[in-house]
Design a protein around this ligand. Structure first.
Ligand code: SF4
Length: 375
């Protein structure tokens, strides 16, 4: 499976917890950036050979900050340049404040068949603390509009472990989300990243984060409510109705090849990982003058790639396929990890079935620790 990712690094405002490559207030650059993306797509088409693309993902930032026409142009340019497999998954991330019926209809008609809406919370006070530009009502309306525009694969992003949040408000958010029948949920625990305003606030003791007990209850609530709603956990943070798992992200977790376009985007093909320059102005200048936008390049040797495939694969509930590892790397899991793996099995953190290595339910609670041992 091969994928293409397009990064749109612009947002309405900067959320105080965000460490992504995203910039507010660069509206004047938008048109120029789209033109640069189209040029980079042509260059990529001429210089990278990948099998037919199974997925395309427009992420950000806030891709829907662009007009429907600009986004449709990007998608159709990619469809003309690259071969896509039948039934390719084409996703876009959307902020409830940047969509309307006309834009959604244009997106749907352009071939985009999966919408990932950044909701984060259905509690207005929490949304305010998160610096989100939309309300809970805006988010619920966005889902209705998307359904009316013909989207039958809708994912909601929610966050827990938020300032001022307890397990009661997380339950309300989750129940509200489930009541509007999403096909997929991405549920992320807030991480306070260095360099963000939240990091500064936490260091000053101004961030009122939930305690351990509340976090444990939130995890239990998540498992129970999603199971009751028919949303099966297929990755540490992701839940879906059967058949609605995000194929684009599964390709990442399987460490498959992916191309990337745009400022700050990372692509990896044939063991070569390339990160593009993060500054959108610099990105445009480089593309316009025919120069490279690659800021960093890393060549992964076989064993490093093997370990990465194991660790990424463990994120998925099904785990990592032993046969596929053997075929891809001609390396054996047990031989490579030896006592480390035996120790993790004995601790009840991972299990080895006839076909897979995977985290146990207990192991999912200590996923970072397990991965640190295997990476
Ligand atoms: S909308 Fe998303 S990408 Fe943009 S600033 Fe907020 S968290 Fe970051």
């Amino acid at each position: 499976m091969s994928s293409l990712y397009i990064h749109i690094p612009f947002c309405l405002s900067k959320c105080p917890y965000c460490s992504f490559v995203s910039y507010p207030g660069m509206d004047k650059l938008h048109q120029r950036y789209v033109a640069a993306l189209l040029l980079e797509a042509q260059w990529l088409h001429q210089n990278a050979s990948v099998s037919p693309l199974s997925t395309l993902f427009l992420g950000g930032g806030t891709p829907t900050i662009f007009s429907g026409r600009e986004l449709a142009q990007l998608v159709s340019c990619c469809q003309e340049l690259f071969a896509f497999s039948d039934q390719a998954e084409i996703s876009i991330e959307a902020n409830p404040k940047t969509i309307n019926p006309e834009k959604l209809s244009l997106l749907r008609h352009s071939g985009i068949n999966r919408l990932s809406i950044g909701v984060q919370s259905f509690n207005d006070k929490e949304l305010q603390l998160l610096g989100r530009p939309h309300s809970a009502e805006d988010a619920a309306e966005a889902v209705q509009l998307a359904r009316a525009a013909g989207f039958d694969n809708i994912s909601l992003d929610l966050m827990y472990g938020l300032p001022g949040q307890d397990h009661y408000s997380w339950q309300q958010t989750l129940e509200q989300a489930i009541s509007i029948a999403p096909d997929h949920l991405s549920l992320y625990e807030l991480t306070v990243e260095q360099g963000t305003p939240y990091h500064l606030q936490r260091n000053q003791g101004l961030l009122d984060l939930p305690d351990e007990e509340n976090m444990v209850i939130m995890d239990q609530l998540t498992a129970t409510l999603c199971r009751q709603a028919g949303l099966a956990q297929y990755e540490i943070s992701n839940y879906a109705r059967p058949g609605y798992e995000c194929r684009h992200n599964i390709n990442y977790w399987q460490n498959g090849p992916y191309l990337a376009l745009g400022a700050g985007a990372v692509g990896c093909v044939d063991g070569r990982r390339r990160q593009k320059t993060c500054d959108p102005r610099h990105y445009c200048e480089q593309i316009e003058s025919g120069q490279s936008v690659v800021q960093e390049e890393e060549c992964l040797e076989r064993t490093a790639s093997f370990r990465e495939t194991v660790v990424m694969g463990l994120r998925m509930t099904c785990g990592v396929s032993k046969i596929q590892l053997q075929q891809r790397y001609e390396m054996d899991l047990d031989d490579y990890y030896g006592d480390t793996l035996i120790h993790l099995v004995n601790q009840g953190l991972v299990e080895i079935t006839a076909s897979h290595l995977r985290l146990t339910a207990r192991g999912r609670s200590f996923a970072n620790q397990v991965m640190a041992e295997l990476v």
